[in-house]
Write a protein that binds this ligand. Structure first.
Ligand SMILES: *Cc1c(COP(=O)(O)O)cnc(C)c1O
Length: 377
């Protein structure tokens, strides 16, 4: 009794029950997208990148759904993500950690049967050492830096390894891996440069296949053959190639509820700093999402939402929990408290929102907030 607010826990309302925003994630479209990528590269094993909670869409729902669609290879960035994923998938799934091996995590990685992407000779040596201790060869992928200066063996490390291949005696190298820096720009010369670099590497490590393409890489005609591709964004409906028609089905829809509407005269300041001043009498609606819900502050006075086919511009600054929109284009009274407006959906793509915010679709996706009711269909 004492301290218990609710007598009947079963009837306790949840935050989801009362959420003012609805994030719909279409797992059917996700699986379709997986099959579209597979059909595009029928000779290639298509893995799935589910790092950062499956780009914000929920790894716990996304990864098993992709497994059902036939995916058996999954990439995350960090070992912690890999350990969480291990519980979500059948044993037959292979899980790769792109960031490789942080010092001190080698045994955890091995005991959970996570496959590290080895990014340096130091990582390779530490993985070998654990393998020797465990008395068994351990699997790994081997990443080479071919043009990002980010992760992977440098040219000099590559030469050292070729000169001393016994460094990998205790490692079962499954394939070679590298990452394209400019794959979303098909005309960028860096693509063919990196492909040549990878082809040369493949000659130096006979018998090992290559895993190069991300989402955009799958749609480039690179003139090489991956044994595995590792898309993320395209699975989630993002456009793989900048400024090209998007062959993927949308996976995400975001609608947010109206809290309040008001009619204000010309000369009214709207929002923090009065950054917008009405030029005529204007109907303003305040909706229940802001930058804390992943809608960037940069959308202030730039972005828009939709009600049916009507574009409703964002006026004033995006607040933490609310956004003000000009709804004067709608017949008076159309929007009521509780009416839903579209932020991402058939009228406005992820890419549109990203462009208005001056960022990339990846950032919009991965920052989608935790206060929306999430509906998986
Ligand atoms: C995130 C990531 C991917 C997936 O890239 P998309 O552009 O989302 O398809 C593939 N490889 C590496 C190394 C990554 O970091």
């Amino acid at each position: 009794m004492d301290g218990a607010f609710y007598d009947n826990l079963a009837s306790q309302p949840t935050a989801d029950d009362v959420a003012a925003g609805a994030l719909t994630i279409d797992l059917g479209a996700l699986r379709q997208n997986y099959l579209v990528l597979k059909a595009h590269l029928p000779q290639t094993n298509i893995a799935a990148v589910v790092k950062a909670d499956a780009y914000g869409l929920g790894m716990a729902q996304v990864a098993p759904s992709l497994f059902d669609a036939g995916c058996r290879d999954f990439f995350v960035a960090q070992l912690g993500e890999a350990l969480a994923l291990r519980w979500l998938l059948p044993k037959t799934a292979r899980i790769f950690a792109l960031n490789g091996l942080q010092p001190g995590t080698e045994l955890s990685c091995a005991s959970a049967e996570i496959i590290p992407v080895l990014n340096s000779l130091d990582q390779a040596k530490r993985w070998s050492t654990v393998a020797q201790e465990l008395g068994a060869k351990l699997p790994a992928a081997l990443q080479f830096d071919t043009g990002m200066a980010r992760l992977g063996l440098s040219e000099s490390e590559t030469e050292q390894l070729i000169g001393n291949p016994s460094l990998l005696d205790d490692v079962d190298v499954l394939f070679l891996l590298s990452h394209l820096a400019s794959a979303d720009e098909p005309e960028n010369g860096q693509n063919s440069y990196q492909v040549r670099a990878v082809q040369n590497l493949a000659l130096r490590f006979p018998g090992l296949g290559v895993c190069l393409a991300n989402s955009a890489g799958i749609f480039l005609d690179l003139g090489h053959k991956d044994i595995m591709a590792r898309p993320g964004l395209a699975l989630y409906g993002g456009a793989p190639i900048t400024d090209s028609p998007n062959p993927m089905r949308p996976v995400v829809r975001l609608d947010v509820g109206v809290i309040q509407t008001r009619d204000v005269p010309a000369g009214t300041r709207v929002g923090y700093g009065g950054s917008y001043v009405t030029g005529k009498s204007t109907s303003i609606a305040t909706i229940a999402a802001g930058y804390a819900d992943g809608l960037p502050h940069q959308l202030s006075n730039r972005g828009a939402v939709f009600f049916d086919d009507t574009r409703l511009p964002i006026v004033g600054r995006v607040s933490m929990d609310t956004i003000t929109i000009d709804v004067s284009a709608l017949p008076p009274g159309t929007l009521q408290p509780g009416s839903m407006v579209e932020i991402i959906g058939p009228h406005q793509t992820l890419e549109d929102v990203a462009a208005n915010a001056g960022t990339i679709s990846y950032e919009i996706l991965t920052r989608l907030g935790r206060r929306y009711r999430r509906h998986y269909c």
